[in-house]
Design a protein around this ligand. Sequence first.
Ligand code: GAR
Length: 189
Amino acid sequence: MKHIVLFASGSGTNVENIVRYFEGHQTISVSCVFTNKRDAYVLDRCNALGIPAFFFNGHAFKDKSLLLQFLSCLQPDLIVLAGFLRKIPAEMVATFPEKIINIHPALLPKYGGKGMYGKHVHKAVKADKDTESGITVHYVNDRYDEGAIIKQVRVGISSSDSADDIGRKVQQLEHLHFPQIIEAVLSEN
Ligand code: GAR
């Protein structure tokens, strides 16, 4: 069995979707979820899903942290950032080379970097009058949104789409594709 650990900071629709996708899966299981937000709705979702979840504060997240030791004990085959909004410390990247992946709600390298998350991304796409957006799943390195791209999926945008409409289209792509991308990454490891 391969084990994945999820990190999330917010609502956790992707976490819920991933947990449901791998329920009863023959070779992959979700061990637990970590969040850096004590009031994140993802914690309620984990309660309802019956999945262990842990909140950690900023002190636990620094280089050479207890969180890192805890993660090392868990020996995850893959760490999946599913709406996690903090930069991963260099020490953690070095401890889990090519074992941390992130989903970004745009077609990187456009609309990446610090401050580019969630609705901010969709507003920027709308402001630039782009005719497409999408999702990018990539390996995590020690720079925001710059690790090697694993897969991108595109969706068309019409001029009448609001930033919220773009967000909904992108979220649909995330829910449709992210679990299969995780599965594919694990089958290659
Ligand atoms: C997702 O759209 C994800 O791509 C994005 O946060 C959202 C979390 O939604 N991640 C980033 O912006 C990372 N830079 P969720 O909590 O409903 O899964």
